[in-house]
Design a protein around this ligand. Structure first.
Ligand code: GRG
Length: 291
């Protein structure tokens, strides 16, 4: 298909851009939970969940959305921290024996292997609660109504209609058959909602108008789906019988869906100029990601 937008058409320095913003969010997270001699055991455990080598993809999207609208990415730092805190809490809980029962995460002992089940639970709880404080700390000049919407959005993305709800359906699906529509619904809620929420947060902080917010929300939904589909592809060898698109529709069909959803993401950026190249580059990177 000759009209597909391909990575080579973009000349965006994604690697260095990403590395710089990773530093921004990690510095802010470090300041939020400082590693001092007198830090409590709670902070130590929360730091363990947050500083164990994640890609920081959700913060990266929040920064990208803000910059797409011509604002300095830094305005999204508190929101970026909040979405990363929710993400890290979800991983600590997901790894617990009552859910995935994993011993390793990012090559290191999972939170419960390091601190026991109560430690992983409470560190996750602490992160999920502080995320709401962090996102309510607004950069100068951002109206309080935007702050309210950010808090509500974070609750929607991570709550019963978003990540938690998706995880519940996923847990139920382990013991019953799911069809393609049900699996897509799980993916969109469990993984996609937080990814889309991060995009929307960056956009709202940058003062997106309703049309821009709608376009970026659609972009966020599409990349959220691509993220989970590519996760299914990357996990296919490790868990050949798991609840995944590769198991359900096969590798080739899953790759086709990745390509279609990537193009859907890119179509939603058509009304934006070169400032959206960062989001285009992120969508294209995601389509071919190897980790
Ligand atoms: C128990 C209240 C309560 C909530 C927990 C466990 C849970 C709800 C949700 C789990 C959601 C989950 C684990 C989704 C998986 C998403 C996913 C693909 C994670 C991997 O994300 P990456 O690749 O990870 O961005 P890194 O390591 O780079 O940060």
């Amino acid at each position: 298909m000759s009209n597909l937008i391909q990575p080579t058409q973009l000349d965006f320095p994604l690697k260095s851009w990403w590395a710089e913003r990773t530093n921004w969010v990690e510095k802010a997270l470090d300041e939020t939970f400082p590693a001092t001699d007198s830090m409590t055991h709670t902070v130590e455990m929360m730091r363990y969940c947050v500083f164990s080598g994640g890609k920081r993809f959700r913060p990266i999207l929040a920064y990208g959305a803000a910059e797409c609208l011509g604002k300095p990415g830094q305005i999204a730092t508190n929101a970026a921290c909040a979405y990363e805190m929710i993400h890290c809490f979800s991983l600590a809980h997901d790894d617990l024996p009552c859910m995935d029962d994993d011993d390793l995460r990012r090559g290191k002992p999972t939170a419960h292997k390091q601190y026991g089940e109560w430690g992983a639970l409470l560190a996750g709880d602490g992160l999920s609660i502080w995320a709401f404080h962090k996102i309510s700390e607004l950069p100068e000049g951002v109206p309080a109504e935007v702050g309210l919407r950010l808090v509500q959005d974070l609750a929607v993305a991570s709550g019963h209609d978003g990540m938690v709800g998706g995880q519940v359906i996923d847990m139920q699906a382990q013991s019953r058959q799911v069809d393609r529509a049900a699996l897509e619904a799980i993916h969109r809620a469990k993984t996609g909602a937080l990814i889309c929420g991060a995009v929307r947060a960056g956009a709202m902080l940058a003062g997106a108008d309703p049309a821009q917010l709608e376009a970026l929300t659609n972009y966020g939904k599409a990349v959220g789906l691509v993220f989970q589909l590519t996760d299914d592809i990357l996990d296919a060898d490790e868990d050949p019988d798991g609840v995944s698109f590769v198991t359900l529709i096969g590798l080739e069909e899953t790759k086709k869906l990745v390509e279609e959803s990537t193009q859907e993401a890119l179509r939603n950026l058509e009304t934006f100029g070169h400032s959206a190249d960062v989001l285009r580059a992120l969508a294209l990177f995601l389509q071919d990601r190897k980790g």
